[in-house]
Each structure stands twice: as structure tokens, then as C-alpha cells.
Design a protein around this ligand. Structure first.
Ligand code: HSE
Length: 437
């Protein structure tokens, strides 16, 4: 059977993994795909690296455009990352009638609507399993496995770097800065860790999952993003004393008013399976109306786990290559003319529960003032804990867990509490999710 020809853009970690997996599992992959999948050309700025990995078996170039315009290539695999050159290359590949496989979450979250429209018009596929949660087949699950369901919500640990940092903070009682340095030393965190630690990488992945789950366009610009750099070791410890773990979650929910789309540190009950996903691992919890809660766990990054998703897409594209474009699985799970214009809810309209920590003088009446403010704003208290001042401290840490309320009310409460003369400093606020139903 004639092989399908693949052009690989980028042979770094994931590209190298893709090369290795395709080669090692060639026989089984061919039996599944129905024909051999062959990388015939590789582009990388680092030609020495490209030659080293490919061992002279295929042509290498530093000109990625020569691949996306090459008439002999059927599928372009884009693994160079970023949103500028990658966008141009992907659009150019589509314009030349090539299918595209990409692991680039930022590209799809930011330019996905344009890219899918172009692919639709050209009748080519853009596959992106590797863009979300690395090796976990979450795109396949959402787009096909759960297609009978109305998806109600998704909550995912979709950034391994931050999960590693939070795990170390909890297990070793360390502060964020110290663990970040360790994560950088071990290669978990980039030299510039902003995308990971500030939740941007997770928001890209969440944007893609929300689009597929609810049949809405990509709307990364409307995602609420808060990272873990402001988390104190104390809060992780207090949360644990109260029976919770702190995780950076990407949460998207379908509500009557619109779609919640938010990434932030979150307290979750320690009895939930997802609360026990530690180290650099990822997990995604999806609630469908028919199936109930389902959990997907695995490596969210790394050469071969991510290559596992890239190669799965290559097999899918190879199988569907000759099918009528209208009979393929739609890019965003819903038929392109059936996308909904559900609004993304502003963060102030989101409803959830809260962990609040305040530092107050340990004197009569302080708590009464705080609880009065909460009551005035219709915020109900679920639990409270006071940590006595340590050594030479004069102030106590007061932790309050609230029932579900609106973010707007909590914002007002925090502003009023911070204005109390008996309080010092800022109120720490961490959102809480039960993730039970
Ligand atoms: N930087 C990501 C993470 C992996 O830490 O999970 C690639 O998306």
C-alpha cells in the first residue's frame, strides 16, 4: 500500500518522540492505519539536531515553507510552537491542500477559528489531540466518546509544571519561589515560567476543551486566568487541615446564563480522585448528563506521551484521508454551522464557594464585624478556623469557608473586610469546588 507522506516541522522534544514512536511501532501503526505513515521531510532551525535524530534517513531542511508547499507531502505536523510563524505555516499548509496535525494549544486557542474556517473551506483536517493534556486522549473522548451527552462541566489539572510545584509545596512544606527554582533545575519549568505558572498554558487548553464540549468558538481572550505564583505555603497547609487539596484547575461550566471559562488555584475535597493527582501528571474530569462524571489521567507532557497523541492523529487523518470531508468528525465536535453563540460569563457572574484567610487582631468583636459584612452580602459561612498568633505575632490567621455565592459579592466583601481597622494586609481568596455532581 502506498505510504502517506508526512512533513515534520520541528524535531525537538515532541518531534523527536514522534520520529521514535512512528519508527518503533511502525508495524502495528500500519496495521491500524491501513497504510504506512512515513515522515519524508523534516524542518528544523537546528539542522545538526535534525540530522542527528533522523540519521540521514530523510531529507532535512531549515526552510519550513519548503515542506508546507511540497506537493509530495500529504500531512504537515506542526511542532514548532508559538503563534506567529506557526499560524502562517499552518494556513499555508491548508492553502496547499494538506492536512495538519498540531500540538500547538496557543495557536488553536488564539487563531483556531480562522484556522478551522480555512480547513473547512479547503476540505482538509486539522487534528490536535496533542494540544491538550499531552498523551491523554481527551479530545477524542470529548468529541466522540461522549457525543451522546450534554456536557455539564469540565475540571482539569492540565498543566504539569504547576501540579509538580503544588505537590512539592504540600509534601515538603516549601514556598512557591523555592519550588519553582527546583522545578527549573529539574527541567519541569522553563527559564521563563510565566505561561505555566500564571495559568496561561492551562487557559489555552481549557479554551479548546470548552469549544469542543459546548460547540462554541475559541474565546481565549475571555478566559479568566489566575496562576499559582501568589499562593502561600500556609494556605496549602490550612486547606489540608480542612480536608482539601489546592490544585490549579481549568474549569468550564455550562450554565443557564452562559459558559464559565476560568483557570485558578482551587480547593478540592481530598477524597476526590483528582485531588490525588500528583507530580507533573494531568487529569481531566468531565461531567456528562448521561454518563455522569468520568476521569482521564496520564502524562500531560514529555516526548513519547505527547508523540502518542500526535501519532494517533496521524492514524486518524490517514484513515479519513480519502473520505468525503462532510463525513468526517467535525473539528469542534459540532457541525460548523451549528456552533452556539453562548456568552462567556464575566468572572463577577461566576458562582462558586470560597476559602478566605484574613489576618486580624486577636480581640473581641473582630469576627463579629467580618461575619456582619458577609451576612450583609448574603454570603453564608460553611466553616471557620482560627490559627493563634505564633511567637512574636500579634495577629491571628482566620480562615473562613463560604457556601456558594457570586464572585461579585465576594469581591465586595473582601473590599469591605480589608477596610476594617482591625484587619491588616490583604484578604487571601481561593475558590473552592466540590466536583461531586
Ligand atoms: N508546559 C506544559 C505543562 C506542557 O507543564 O503541562 C505542555 O503543554
Amino acid at each position: 500500500m502506498k505510504p502517506i507522506h508526512v512533513g515534520l516541522l520541528g524535531i525537538g522534544t515532541v518531534g523527536g518522540g514522534t520520529w521514535t514512536v512512528l519508527k518503533r511501532n511502525q508495524e502495528v501503526i500500519t496495521r491500524r492505519a491501513g497504510r504506512p505513515i512515513r515522515i519524508v521531510k523534516v524542518a528544523d532551525r537546528n539542522l545538526d539536531l535534525a540530522r542527528k535524530v533522523t540519521q540521514g534517513e530523510v531529507a532535512v531542511t531549515d526552510d519550513a515553507f519548503s515542506i508546507v508547499r511540497d506537493p509530495a507531502i500529504d500531512i504537515v505536523v506542526e511542532l514548532i510552537g508559538g503563534t506567529d510563524v506557526a499560524r502562517t505555516l499552518v494556513l499555508e499548509a491548508i492553502a496547499h491542500g494538506k492536512h495538519v496535525v498540531t500540538a500547538n494549544k496557543a495557536l488553536l486557542a488564539v487563531h483556531g477559528n480562522e484556522i478551522f474556517a480555512a480547513a473547512q473551506q479547503k476540505g482538509v483536517m486539522v487534528a490536535f489531540e496533542a494540544a491538550v493534556a499531552g498523551g491523554i486522549p481527551i479530545i477524542k473522548a470529548l468529541r466522540e466518546g461522549l457525543t451522546a451527552n450534554r456536557i455539564e462541566w469540565i475540571a482539569g489539572i492540565i498543566n504539569g509544571t504547576t501540579n509538580f510545584i503544588l505537590t512539592e509545596m504540600r509534601e515538603k512544606g516549601l514556598e512557591f519561589g523555592a519550588v519553582l527554582q527546583e522545578a527549573q533545575r529539574l527541567g519541569y519549568a522553563e527559564a521563563d515560567p510565566t505561561f505555566d505558572v500564571e495559568g496561561i498554558d492551562a487557559a489555552h487548553k481549557l479554551t479548546i476543551m470548552a469549544a469542543i464540549a459546548f460547540g462554541i468558538p475559541m474565546q481565549f481572550d475571555k478566559a479568566y486566568t489566575e496562576g499559582i505564583s501568589g499562593l502561600a505555603g500556609d494556605d496549602i497547609r490550612y486547606a489540608e487541615e480542612l480536608g482539601y487539596r489546592v490544585k490549579l484547575l481549568g474549569i468550564t461550566k455550562h450554565t443557564e446564563k452562559g459558559v464559565e471559562l476560568r483557570v485558578h488555584p482551587t480547593l478540592i475535597p481530598e477524597k476526590r480522585l483528582i485531588a490525588n493527582v500528583n507530580g507533573a501528571m494531568n487529569a481531566v474530569l468531565v461531567k456528562g448528563d448521561a454518563v455522569g462524571a468520568t476521569l482521564y489521567y496520564g502524562a500531560g507532557a514529555g516526548a513519547e506521551p505527547t508523540a502518542s497523541a500526535v501519532v494517533a492523529d496521524l492514524v486518524d487523518v490517514t484513515r479519513m484521508h480519502t473520505a468525503d470531508p462532510h463525513h468526517r468528525v467535525p473539528h469542534l465536535a459540532f457541525q460548523p454551522d451549528q456552533l452556539a453563540d453562548l456568552p462567556i460569563l464575566p468572572m463577577e457572574e461566576v458562582r462558586t464557594a470560597y476559602y478566605l484567610r484574613l489576618r486580624a487582631k486577636d480581640q473581641p468583636g473582630v469576627l463579629a464585624e467580618v461575619t456582619r459584612i458577609l451576612a450583609d452580602l448574603d454570603i453564608s459561612i460553611d466553616a471557620m478556623m482560627q490559627k493563634e498568633p505564633q511567637d512574636d505575632e500579634t495577629e491571628a490567621n482566620i480562615i473562613i469557608l463560604t457556601h456558594i455565592t457570586r464572585e461579585k459579592n465576594i469581591n465586595q466583601a473582601i473590599a469591605r473586610i480589608e477596610a476594617l481597622p482591625t484587619l491588616s494586609g490583604k484578604v487571601t481568596r481561593i475558590r473552592m469546588e466540590e466536583l461531586g455532581k
